[in-house]
Design a protein around this ligand. Structure first.
Ligand SMILES: Cc1cc2nc3c(=O)[nH]c(=O)nc-3n(C[C@H](O)[C@H](O)[C@H](O)COP(=O)(O)OP(=O)(O)OC[C@H]3O[C@@H](n4cnc5c(N)ncnc54)[C@H](O)[C@@H]3O)c2cc1C
Length: 286
């Protein structure tokens, strides 16, 4: 707010025009040479460190585990649907460094003493090998958060387009749970991209939402189905389903979650339909 000097050339590539106008600075670049006055975003005071217990762990696909973590008695996490936590993988046999990795929260923000995560296995990945090969129900884990500027925007009546692939389903589930519990009546379509029926998860829950939520439709679409799968649903990549079901981008906003390639393709497909770029929110997982 005062005393930080002019914005540096090392900061500019990471800032939007709006942020520059608002005086946002990168504290890792700003040198303190005189008294300065700063304002720290409110939500950063909300970040806490928790020692949580693994209460449930199950395979939801051959490569994705769903974890339910219980926070210590009396402690709460306050987050917006779509945000993530950092999960600490400790040292273990074959790994001699502690690392933190980001995982999106899948549970409802109204459930403040537990969080649910979906963690996909990455071959030779430090944290995911720990979760998939070492972690057990009853173990304690260190997490901190919440973080992230990918979250559900409540202040409109626009129709909602949700798109995810793989573990990108996690923040979308949190958004859907929140919408249901808060009775948010906005037409919503969730496109989920996967390879085979084995890669689909939370199907019963999503089907139930189609019955119980206001104007909600779940559209899974698969890229590698064979005759044996006997799949009656959509085939092809998500952009093919969007082409088929999304009439126009008018009065719509979108939330995308998954790998970079999927998000880049989807931003292109959705802007081509007429959804303005500033109404396409996304979280890239890689
Ligand atoms: C905001 C955010 C939210 C995220 N939420 C989730 C989530 O909900 N669930 C989830 O499973 N992951 C999520 N991720 C990804 C997660 O943070 C880790 O990057 C991932 O689990 C790999 O960690 P690792 O320690 O096992 O692998 P690392 O040891 O970091 O990586 C090992 C090798 O695998 C490569 N690699 C890393 N990630 C991938 C990948 N996804 N696919 C292919 N190769 C990869 C690396 O480049 C490296 O070569 C999220 C990431 C971000 C930034």
């Amino acid at each position: 707010m005062e005393g930080g000097g002019p914005i540096l050339s090392t900061e500019i590539p990471f800032m939007s025009e709006e942020e520059i106008e608002q005086g946002v600075r990168l504290s890792c670049q700003c040198k303190v040479k005189e008294n300065i006055k700063i304002e720290i975003p409110e939500e950063l005071f909300n970040v806490k460190e928790y020692t949580a217990v693994v209460e449930e762990m199950e395979d939801v696909t051959p490569v994705i585990k769903r974890l339910k973590l219980k926070l210590p008695e009396g402690e709460e996490i306050n987050f917006k649907p779509g945000q993530f936590i950092q999960f600490k993988a400790p040292k273990y046999e074959g790994n001699d460094e502690e690392v933190y990795r980001a995982y999106s929260i899948a549970s409802s923000p109204f459930e403040k003493n537990h969080i649910e995560l979906f963690i996909g296995y990455v071959p030779n990945g430090i944290c995911t090998t720990y979760v998939h090969k070492h972690l057990k129900v009853g173990d304690t884990v260190q997490i901190n958060g919440p973080y992230g500027d990918f979250y559900f925007h409540e202040d409109s009546d626009r129709e909602i387009v949700l798109v995810a692939a793989g573990t990108g389903i996690a923040p979308i589930l949190s958004i859907l749970r929140y919408m249901k519990e808060k009775n948010i009546n906005r037409k919503t379509t969730f496109y989920f991209g996967a390879r085979t029926p084995e890669d689909l998860m939370m199907t019963d829950f999503l089907k139930e939402l189609e019955e119980t939520m206001y104007d909600f439709k779940y559209i899974p679409t698969l890229t590698r189905v064979t005759e044996e799968h006997n799949w009656k649903g959509e085939r092809g990549r998500v952009n093919v389903a969007i082409e088929k079901y999304l009439d126009s981008g008018e009065n719509k906003e979108a939330y995308l979650c998954g790998n970079k390639a999927m998000i880049d393709t989807m931003v292109e497909a959705l802007t081509a339909k007429g959804i303005p770029e500033e109404l396409i929110y996304f979280d890239k997982f890689d």
